[in-house]
Design a protein around this ligand. Structure first.
Ligand code: ADE
Length: 248
């Protein structure tokens, strides 16, 4: 998987992602990262990449020419035009399902805006996907791009050394992850749940499933609508619901 990031702050992207698990994946070559400085493509003698908005208003707008030339340079040797993802709070909200879909691509380009945005004409020409990381406004697209690259990378085979850990966690089957415990057996008077030390795998699996269901029900009930639930899961949730009703 090859990531390209079009940005005015390439060092921010490079530093952020050359750390921890993505850093290791980059060092091993399983993923590659090219943070390309849009400013390197300016034709302005002062190296400006922005200008005043037509029609007036606050702030500056990134000009189309440096953005387009940067894109053309990145894609010139590619046989197939890759998806170009524009980081914008006006986009569809990024999710695990989108991360999974994007993790199957060979090349991905992330376009990071700054100031009041980018001239609409170049966006119309090169952008294939508009994505947001949530309903709040950031100063630029770099943090969203890093968030997306992080979550996509960990789905690329070989990036996580424990192959199963990408599977068995929050959003597996659309549910939140069950709680985890490690040593010591007792901490501040609280014991690790007995079942986890029983060695009884079926009971442990059932307990974890029920904790996932309970957590999702209590913390993110809206996720249950889309979750993959069997009959046993539904019975457990029904009991949880009626137990709660009794207590109010
Ligand atoms: N740029 C500014 N805010 C953003 C957000 N919430 N998501 C993606 N890109 C952004």
């Amino acid at each position: 998987m090859n990531f390209y990031v079009m940005t005015l702050f390439p060092e921010m992207i490079e530093q952020g992602l050359h750390t921890s698990i993505t850093g290791r994946a980059l060092d091993s070559g399983i993923i590659t990262l090219n943070a390309v400085n849009i400013r390197d493509y300016t034709e302005d003698k002062h190296r400006h990449v922005d200008d005043y908005p037509y029609g007036g208003g606050a702030g500056m707008v990134m000009q189309p020419q440096p953005v387009y030339d940067c894109y053309a340079d990145i894609t010139k040797a590619m046989a197939k035009k890759p998806r170009v993802i524009y980081m914008t709070p006006q986009g569809k909200v990024f999710s695990q399902a989108i991360a999974e879909e994007l993790s199957k691509e060979e090349n991905l380009i992330f376009l990071c805006g700054h100031y009041e945005g980018i001239d609409e004409r170049v966006l119309e020409e090169i952008v294939t996907d508009n994505l947001s990381i949530g309903d709040y406004v950031l100063t630029g697209g770099e943090l969203p791009a890093m968030v997306m690259i992080d979550s996509i990378s960990r789905l690329v085979p070989g990036v996580l050394n424990n192959e199963t850990s990408a599977q068995y966690e929050s959003f597996q089957d659309g549910l939140l992850e069950y709680p985890q415990y490690t040593r010591p057996v007792e901490f501040h008077g609280k014991k690790v749940p007995e079942v986890l030390m029983s060695g009884h795998h079926a009971n442990i699996e059932r307990w974890r499933r029920e904790k996932s269901l309970e957590r999702t029900y209590l913390r993110r009930p809206e996720l249950l609508k889309e979750a993959a639930l069997d009959k046993k899961d539904r019975q457990f949730l029904e009991k949880l619901y009626w137990d709660q009703e009794k207590n109010v």
